[in-house]
Design a protein. Structure first.
Length: 440
C-alpha cells in the first residue's frame, strides 16, 4: 500500500511540474499568425540620441543664446535625432573633458580647443577623423585656411565654431571725463594708466584667478616685440624663447603692473568678475576676447553705446607686428572616435555650427569661421567695428595656452601669473619658457 501511495504521489508531482512549466511559456505563433502581423516595433526603436558637451553655461556668456538658438533649430528640423546637452564653465570643463577622454567616457560630440589642447586626444586615438564624412559642399562653407588648428598629420579632427581676436575695449565716457586720449602706442597707454590712477580709478581689468586672462597681456606684447613669425617659431619649439624680444615682452608687462594698470587684488578675480568691472563702467580699459562685445551691447548694460574697440597699442621702435592680433580659430567641436553614430553626429554638428556661427556673429560674440550672408544692419555694431579692425591685420597668433600642449600650457600660465605677482623677473620668464623647448 505504501509503495502504491508513493507512486501516485510521484506521478502527481511530475504532472504539476509539467503544468507549471507550460504556464511559464508563451506560445510561439506561426510566421503568418495574426499576432506576428500586428506586432509593431517600439515607437522609439529607430530614435538616435547624441550626447553633447559645451562651455556656455551662464546667461552672462554672449554665446549661450546663439548656441541655444542653433540647437533648437536642429531639434525642430530633425526630430528623429535627439541631443542631450551638458554645459560646464570653461576652466572646470578643461578638467572634465580631459578626464572623460582619458577614461573613454567622452560624449558623442564635445567642445574642444584645437592646436595643442586637443593634440593629446588625437594622438591617443580618441577623436574621430572627419575627412570621409565631410563633402566638398560642407568644406566650401568654411573660411579659407580655417581648419589649420584642427588638422593633425593631414587629417581633420575638429570643426570651428568661430574665430576670436584679442581686443582692447575702452570706455569712452571715462576717457572723455578725465580728458584721456585712447592709447594708440604703448607710451600713450602708460600715460592713460597714470592719469586714471591719479583719479583713483583702476585703469585695466584682468582676472588672474582663472590664470589664462593674464597671458593675454604678455602674449600680445610678444607679438609687438617679437612678431608673429618669431612667436610661432618659439611656440613650435623651432626657436628659442630666450631672446631679447621675448624678455622685452615680459619687461613691458612688468612696467604696466608697476605703473598700477591692474587692481591690486586681481589674483582674486575670475575672468567673469574682472570683465564685470568694465561692463559696470568702473574700469576704463579691458583687453579681452572679441566674444565680450556681445555683453557690451546688451540692453541695460551700463557701457552700452560707450565702448570703442581697438587693437592693442603698438610699441614704437619694436621689431614686431604693429597690426598683429592675438587669436584666430581655436574653439571647435570634435566627435568621439567611439560614438555609435558617426555619420549622424557629423551631420548634426555641421548643421548646428553653420547656424551657430551666424547667430554668434549677429550677437557680437564671434567672428565668422563659416561663410555667412547677413545684413550688417542686423549685426551687433561692435562686432562690425571689430571686423573692420581685422581687415588690416598682419596675422594671428593663438593664445599661447592653446598653442602649447599638455602641462606646457599650464606652466606658461603659471609663469605669467608669477610676473604679475613679482615672483620672477623678465629674464627668468624667458629662461623658464625656453626650458619647455628643451625638456626631454
Amino acid at each position: 500500500m505504501n509503495r502504491v501511495l508513493k507512486v501516485l504521489l510521484l506521478g502527481i508531482c511530475i504532472i504539476s511540474i509539467l503544468i507549471a512549466g507550460s504556464c511559464g511559456k508563451k506560445p510561439v505563433p506561426a510566421a503568418n499568425s495574426p499576432d506576428t502581423a500586428s506586432a509593431a516595433p517600439s515607437p522609439r526603436e529607430d530614435h538616435i540620441t547624441l550626447k553633447l558637451w559645451h562651455i556656455w553655461s551662464t546667461d552672462s556668456d554672449s554665446n549661450k543664446k546663439p548656441f541655444q538658438k542653433a540647437l533648437e533649430k536642429w531639434k525642430n528640423e530633425n526630430p528623429e535625432i535627439g541631443i542631450i546637452t551638458d554645459a560646464t564653465e570653461s576652466e572646470t570643463y578643461k578638467i572634465k573633458i580631459r578626464t572623460a577622454v582619458a577614461v573613454n567616457e567622452a560624449p558623442d560630440i564635445f567642445f574642444a580647443w584645437g592646436a595643442g589642447f586637443a593634440k593629446p586626444f588625437v594622438d591617443a586615438g580618441k577623436v574621430l577623423a572627419l575627412d570621409e564624412y565631410l563633402d566638398q559642399d560642407t568644406l566650401d562653407k568654411l573660411q579659407p585656411g580655417i581648419l589649420k588648428n584642427f588638422t593633425y598629420d593631414g587629417k581633420i579632427y575638429g570643426l570651428p565654431t568661430f574665430m576670436i581676436a584679442g581686443i582692447l575695449y575702452c570706455n569712452t565716457e571715462l576717457f572723455e571725463k578725465y580728458n584721456v586720449k585712447i592709447p594708440e602706442t604703448y607710451d600713450e597707454l602708460l600715460e592713460a594708466v597714470r592719469i586714471f590712477r591719479e583719479n583713483n580709478i583702476t585703469p585695466m581689468a584682468v582676472g588672474l584667478k582663472d590664470g589664462w586672462p593674464g597671458i593675454f597681456y604678455q602674449n600680445i606684447l610678444a607679438i609687438r616685440t617679437a612678431g608673429i613669425e618669431k612667436c610661432i617659431a618659439a611656440l613650435s619649439k623651432e626657436a628659442s624663447f630666450f631672446q631679447p624680444e621675448f624678455i622685452e615682452s615680459a619687461e613691458r608687462l612688468i612696467k604696466l603692473i608697476d605703473a598700477g594698470a591692474f587692481h591690486e587684488r586681481c589674483i582674486q578675480y575670475t575672468q567673469h568678475e574682472a570683465e564685470l568691472t568694465f561692463l559696470s563702467g568702473r574700469v576704463p580699459m579691458y583687453y579681452g576676447g572679441s566674444w565680450a562685445a556681445g555683453s557690451m551691447d546688451r540692453i541695460g548694460c551700463p557701457v552700452r553705446g560707450k565702448v570703442a574697440v581697438r587693437n592693442f597699442p603698438v610699441i614704437e621702435g619694436a621689431s614686431g607686428d604693429p597690426n598683429g592680433f592675438l587669436g584666430g580659430a581655436i574653439d571647435s567641436f570634435m566627435i568621439s572616435a567611439s560614438t555609435m553614430y558617426k555619420k549622424e553626429a557629423v551631420k548634426a554638428l555641421t548643421s548646428i555650427l553653420v547656424d551657430f556661427c551666424e547667430e554668434s556673429y549677429l550677437a557680437g560674440a564671434g567672428i565668422p569661421a563659416w561663410k555667412v550672408d547677413v545684413d550688417t544692419s542686423r549685426v551687433n555694431p561692435l562686432a562690425v567695428e571689430i571686423m573692420k579692425l581685422l581687415e588690416e591685420r598682419d596675422g594671428f597668433v593663438l593664445a599661447w595656452d592653446t598653442f602649447l600642449s599638455g602641462s606646457d600650457a599650464q606652466t606658461h600660465i603659471n609663469l605669467v601669473t608669477d610676473l604679475f605677482l613679482h615672483k620672477i623677473d623678465a629674464e627668468e620668464f624667458a629662461i623658464k619658457m625656453q626650458q619647455l623647448n628643451v625638456k626631454k
